[in-house]
Design a protein. Structure first.
Length: 423
């Protein structure tokens, strides 16, 4: 029977590795994982894609198990394990019943410390990644974001694809992977997080046994993000034009992030948002349109995606630009702000009912703030957002570099000029 402790807790192992413990009474399972502060931002141009390839190699066997034995080990206890890579973090995570949480953490430790890497498997996995790149290229509403990223952060790691390129991965060897791991595996860059049902002492003991021996290393800094004003388009024979527009927003962890989330919701977050009502419901110009925040440690963007016919693209861009200007000039109504707060509250409550989302959120809090934030505090900060603060975020967005991208028929590319046109 798992021992449940009701207190949210940040534990520091003997060497400084941080561990979030987030018990959820009433559950019988745990979501847990290891998050590393490493990703595509730390790659050189010649290494582009290595962080993602490293993650792909995670399941080729580890410890005393080959690939099949590893898969069978987690499934023998009814669990699942997976991994993900982004620009700033790589995560290895599992979902298991409570009593198997220490075992799952041990398996993840094997992935990181005792992987089975051989040249033949590495070459096969390069082929798998090539197929993944091909799939992303074939999906226009994925490809348009990749183009946007490249235009926004030219000649920077953030402007290069997380998946890498065939040319940059061609020369990656097992020795390259080992060197990359050694360069970025250190206590201050590792966070262990677990949410759900678990035995506190057992998971701490498992973490200390496998991660307590990590040695400190000199800090490796990534290049500061420098967003640029820009436009990029790609002509394709498609039924729709896919558009992405963006403006500056708060960085992750900034005090204005709560107001920015309200702005995004009011602007284009749902069916009652200004963009959905004006662009889709009133004018019927799009099938899909929404806004969201994309945040990094040192930068952030307010972004809008829209899919429409080429003939409608210019009008869509003009309306998007106009609606943000209106929010900057007049701010939101009290009704809009109240509705955005209600949506944010419900979305947060829905998210924290899922142990996997909760474990991920806790890892992010540690990386950004070096503390765990009770969800009640998050709620209080959202409730405290004023219309003036939302308006200030909209005004700030219009003062910095805007960026736009388009994929589809050439006739729809005029949206880029319309987006950047002066008011």
């Amino acid at each position: 029977m798992a021992v449940k402790h009701p207190e949210l807790e940040l534990v520091r192992l003997s060497n400084g590795v941080r561990m979030a413990l987030d018990p959820m009474p009433g559950l019988g399972t745990a979501a847990l994982g290891v998050w590393q502060r490493v990703g595509a931002r730390w790659e050189t141009p010649e290494q582009n894609g290595i962080a993602h390839l490293f993650e792909h190699m995670a399941f080729k066997g580890a410890g005393h198990r080959d690939a099949r034995g590893f898969a069978e080990a987690i499934e023998n206890v009814g669990g699942i394990v997976n991994a993900a890579t982004s620009y700033e973090r790589t995560s290895y995570f599992a979902r298991v019943t409570a009593e198997h949480a220490p075992f799952a953490l041990d398996l993840i430790a094997d992935i990181l410390f005792a992987p089975h890497w051989n040249p033949d498997d590495l070459e096969k996995e390069k082929g798998v990644v090539a197929q993944e790149r091909g799939e992303a290229y074939d999906v226009p509403d994925d490809r348009v974001f990749e183009l946007h990223q490249a235009a926004l952060y030219p000649n920077q790691p953030l402007g290069r694809p997380v998946l890498g390129e065939e040319e940059t991965l061609k020369h990656v060897s097992v020795e390259t992977l080992i060197a990359f791991r050694e360069a970025h595996m250190s206590p201050e860059r590792v966070v262990i997080s677990i949410a759900g049902a678990f035995d506190r002492n057992a998971v701490i003991d498992a973490a200390e046994a496998r991660f307590g021996g990590l040695a400190a290393k000199p800090e490796r800094k990534c290049a500061t993000a420098h967003a640029h004003r820009g436009s990029v388009s790609e002509t394709r024979k498609l039924e729709q034009t896919h558009l992405v527009f963006s403006w500056p927003g708060p960085r992750a962890g900034a005090s204005s992030i709560y107001a920015a989330r309200m702005l995004s919701e009011i602007f284009g977050g749902g069916m009652s948002s200004r963009l959905f009502q004006e662009v889709r419901e009133t004018r019927g110009l799009v099938y899909a349109i929404d806004s969201f925040l994309d945040v990094l440690e040192d930068d952030g963007r307010l972004e809008v995606y829209a899919g429409c016919s080429a003939d409608n693209a210019r009008a869509v861009a003009e309306i998007v630009r106009h609606e943000l200007h209106l929010l900057a000039e007049k701010g939101p109504t009290q009704g809009e702000l109240a509705r955005a707060k209600a949506i944010a509250r419900a979305r947060m409550l829905m998210g924290i009912e899922a142990p996997s989302a909760r474990a991920d959120a806790r890892a992010g809090q540690i990386f950004l703030r070096d503390r765990l934030i009770p969800f009640e505090e998050v709620q209080q900060r959202m409730d405290a957002v004023t219309a003036e603060e939302v308006q200030a975020v909209a005004r700030a967005a219009l003062q910095g570099p805007a960026c736009a991208s388009a994929i589809g028929p050439k006739a729809g590319h005029g949206a880029l000029g319309a987006f950047h046109a002066e008011s």
